[in-house]
Structures are given as structure tokens and as C-alpha cells.
Write a protein that binds this ligand. Structure first.
Ligand SMILES: Nc1ncnc2c1ncn2[C@@H]1O[C@H](COP(=O)(O)OP(=O)(O)OP(=O)(O)O)[C@@H](O)[C@H]1O
Length: 273
């Protein structure tokens, strides 16, 4: 899937202009603060929102499985009715595989959609999205509302899905640990703009998490720290690996987690204390 020069305006909010490429056969994770534009981007890529500018190339819609956090099935339907209605429009629907997903997710076919918990509703949407082995799976916050065991099981399931064929996955998440050891590429959105798009390993190599004592901060190294937070005696933040040499031996530089990069990237430097 590829977007070029994409723009979507929603009242005061503008997404883009942005370019995005979702590589075939890989897992691409999307992160960004609340309101950064992740859902808007996913919906615009799918043509559910009309773009104000730019173009998008997507696989044929029958080959794209989509799950958003708002269930689109009617609340008073039973799960099995929702499935029957949905499957009719999905070329290559695999009922045995889908039934296996329902039982793996602990969902009953005779349950009413309105009686499902938020996590169960999410699982139903994901099972529907995966029911015809789509080439491209697009999931908006698939792990939100899932308990830790269910989250781990969903990631395992998505791994299995990815091992098959040339499947591709694009998903947004606030749970950055979902991405570690799972996503190949990362798209980082900040206020409607893509601020990083590339290999996850590269991002982690490009940045370091820095921690030290306040007296180690100098006028030279302070401007290099992003999301600087000063405590009573210590500070932390992230820096570009290329700038590591500016920090003395008393300062600890560590491989960052995605959470640390996201948190410090979005936080303005704390210059007050
Ligand atoms: N119906 C709407 N009309 C106008 N603006 C909207 C509408 N829905 C959302 N927005 C605005 O669009 C911006 C992006 O919202 P979006 O839902 O894409 O963010 P998000 O990154 O998915 O956030 P979250 O992580 O909270 O789900 C927000 O600033 C929001 O206020």
C-alpha cells in the first residue's frame, strides 16, 4: 500500500501532506499520541474518508481485512448473523478457520454483539477481518481492551498469520511493547505528520536513552537532549546516537525502548527547574 502527498482536513486538524509506504510481507506498527491522526490516516488510506489531496494505491478491497475499534456490526445481532452477513462479501471466506478463531478467542456464535465486552468486541472484529486470509490486514488499536494474556495470544495469532503467504500487517497501538520483537517497520505520527517512518531496528539504533546527574548537564549537551526531564538530582531524555560523544563518562546511554522514544519525543524540554 502506498500513499503520496496525502492530505485530510477535519475541522482544525490537518493530516499530512504525507507519503507512506507499507511494505509487503512485513509488520508495520503505527504509534502517536491521542489525536495525532492515526485513525484518520488509516481511514483515509482505506477511502473511508475522502482525501483532500494526494493518492493512495491499495490492494483490491476484497484482499484487505480491516478492524477498527468501533464495531460496525449491528448491536442486536448475534455473532453468527454478523458473520453470515459479512462473509457474503468476502471472497475466499474460510469458515473453518473463522470458527477456529472464534473458539481461540472464546467467543460464542450465539452471543449478541451488544453483550460482548469491549475486548470481546475487538476480538470479533479482528476475527472478521482475518476470516478470508487477507493479503493486507489493517487493525486500529487491536490490543486495546484486551487483558495481558489475550494480548499475547493475539500477537501470536498475528505472527502465525504473517508466517503464512505474503501477508502484510499495518496496525496502530498505544501499547508500545506490542511492537517490540514483532513490528519490522514503525510509523510515528505527531500532530498529523509522519515524523519517522522506517525500520524499527534503525530507529532504536539511531537514538539512545540518556540518564545522568544534573551537574553533568552542560550548555553544549543540553540542547542535544530531547524531552529533557530534570528531577531533584538527575535528568533523563533521548539523544541521537550520533551525538553520544557529547556526553561524558558519568552519563549513562542505553538502548531505548520505543516507549522511551515516544514519550520523550512528544514531551517539551523541561527547562523550568
Ligand atoms: N468527527 C470529527 N470531526 C472533526 N475532527 C475530528 C473528528 N474526529 C476526530 N477529529 C480530530 O482529528 C484529530 C485526529 O484524530 P484521530 O482519531 O485520527 O487521532 P488518533 O491518533 O487515532 O487518536 P487516538 O490515539 O486518541 O485514537 C484529532 O485532533 C481530533 O480532534
Amino acid at each position: 500500500m502506498e500513499a503520496v502527498g496525502l492530505v485530510k482536513r477535519r475541522d482544525d486538524f490537518t493530516l499530512g501532506p504525507l507519503d507512506l509506504r507499507v511494505p509487503r510481507g512485513f509488520v508495520t506498527g503505527m504509534v502517536g499520541a491521542n489525536g495525532a491522526g492515526k485513525t484518520t490516516l488509516l481511514r483515509t488510506l482505506l477511502g473511508l474518508f475522502r482525501a483532500d489531496a494526494g493518492s493512495v494505491a491499495v490492494p483490491p478491497m476484497g484482499q484487505v481485512g480491516v478492524a477498527f475499534d468501533q464495531p460496525f456490526v449491528l448491536p442486536y445481532w448475534r455473532v453468527r448473523d454478523a458473520v453470515a452477513a459479512y462473509a457474503a462479501f468476502r471472497p475466499g471466506w474460510d469458515q473453518d478457520w473463522f470458527d477456529g478463531l472464534l473458539s481461540r478467542f472464546g467467543l460464542r456464535a450465539d452471543a449478541r454483539v451488544k453483550d460482548l465486552s469491549r475486548g470481546e468486541g475487538n476480538k470479533l472484529m479482528i476475527a472478521l477481518a482475518m476470516g478470508n486470509h487477507p493479503e493486507l490486514l489493517i487493525l486500529d488499536e487491536p490490543t486495546s481492551g484486551l487483558d495481558p494474556a489475550a494480548r499475547a495470544d493475539l500477537i501470536d495469532l498475528l505472527r502465525e498469520h504473517m508466517r503464512r503467504e505474503e501477508a502484510s500487517l499495518l496496525f496502530s497501538t498505544h501499547i508500545t511493547s506490542d511492537l517490540e520483537h514483532f513490528a519490522d517497520y514503525l510509523v510515528f505520527i505527531d500532530r498529523g505528520q509522519i515524523v519517522y517512518s522506517g525500520a524499527l531496528d534503525q530507529l532504536i539504533e539511531d537514538f539512545a536513552y540518556v540518564q545522568g546527574a544534573l551537574e553533568d548537564l552542560t550548555t553544549q549537551n543540553t540542547p542535544l537532549i530531547r524531552g529533557l526531564r530534570r528531577g531533584r538530582a538527575s535528568f533523563d531524555g533521548i539523544v541521537r546516537t550520533a551525538d553520544s560523544a557529547a556526553f561524558g563518562p558519568g552519563i549513562r546511554l542505553e538502548t531505548p525502548t520505543i516507549e522511551q522514544i515516544a514519550v520523550h519525543h512528544e514531551r517539551p524540554n523541561d527547562e523550568e527547574h
